[in-house]
Ligand binder design. Structure first.
Ligand SMILES: C[S@@+](CC[C@H](N)C(=O)[O-])C[C@H]1O[C@@H](n2cnc3c(N)ncnc32)[C@H](O)[C@@H]1O
Ligand SMILES: Nc1nc2[nH]cc(C(=O)O)c2c(=O)[nH]1
Ligand code: SF4
Ligand SMILES: [Mg+2]
Length: 211
């Protein structure tokens, strides 16, 4: 499989934010979000065997593993094999929501799946049939860059009854003043939404991996 980087840091995003975590960032992505902070993962990387990747993870001895990218589901067959070697961890799979999640719902894994908003420029690629593969412990994440994105997210939550199904998080595009998003959620009484910031970008320089 093609791997961009493997590193150890605090999880900066999502429902396991704050836990020491080993990150496996896979190379390649089928989308091009306008705000993407990991452009360096589109092409750069080296081929590694699935077993070598798992062995690198074991060296750290952490409890949490995050498989991200790029888009990890672009290498689905290898990803499935890798997951089978990581069953002693709690594994988060970060995915852009455009590729099928079918066959990856192991009980020690959970998904952090984006639903892309208009501000990403990629919202026409959302595959809403993925919602059926999500369990109550999985997360749907909306990255919000404007009031238009926020209203879009609210519409999708309503249409697919997401509040009853999964954990829903809203995160501002990095650099947007988070206070606006916080105010909208509070004013609209979205009691089921978690507003989350990318904490690694506050602890370390934005752009650093947060190692
Ligand atoms: C880099 S992506 C990799 C996984 C997958 N391709 C995806 O988009 O979910 C990991 C997460 O970072 C988020 N992200 C990327 N750039 C961001 C930015 N500038 N501000 C906030 N979140 C960002 C993505 O929306 C996604 O939730
Ligand atoms: N510390 C840290 N936490 C993260 N959580 C998700 C990341 C990502 O780029 O997908 C990330 C990252 O790049 N660094
Ligand atoms: S899907 Fe993820 S990795 Fe791909 S461009 Fe969008 S944010 Fe970046
Ligand atoms: Mg990131």
């Amino acid at each position: 499989m093609k791997v961009n980087e493997i590193f150890y840091s605090l999880q900066g995003e999502g429902i396991t934010a704050g836990y020491p975590t080993v990150f496996i960032r896979l190379t390649g992505c089928n989308l091009r979000c306008l705000y993407c902070d990991t452009v360096y993962a589109y092409e750069e990387g080296q081929e590694m065997s699935v077993k070598d990747v798992a062995d690198r993870v074991h060296e750290y001895g952490a409890h949490y593993v995050c498989i991200t990218g790029g888009e990890p589901l672009q290498q689905k067959a290898e990803l499935k094999l890798l997951l089978s070697l990581l069953n002693r961890y709690t594994v988060t799979i970060e995915t852009n929501g455009s590729l099928s999640l079918e066959d990856l719902s192991f009980n020690y894994c959970h998904f952090a799946m984006d639903i892309k908003t208009p501000g990403s420029g990629m919202h026409l690629y959302n595959d809403f049939s993925n919602i059926e593969f999500l369990r109550s412990k999985d997360e749907i994440k909306f990255i919000i860059g404007s009031r238009t994105d926020y209203d879009f997210a609210r519409g999708i939550i309503e249409k697919y009854k997401l509040a009853q199904k999964v954990i829903v998080t809203f995160s501002p595009v990095f650099g947007l003043e988070p206070r606006f998003l916080a105010q909208w959620v509070l004013e609209d009484k979205l009691f089921f939404v978690r507003v989350q910031l990318q904490i690694h970008k506050y602890i370390w320089e934005p752009g650093a991996r947060g190692v």
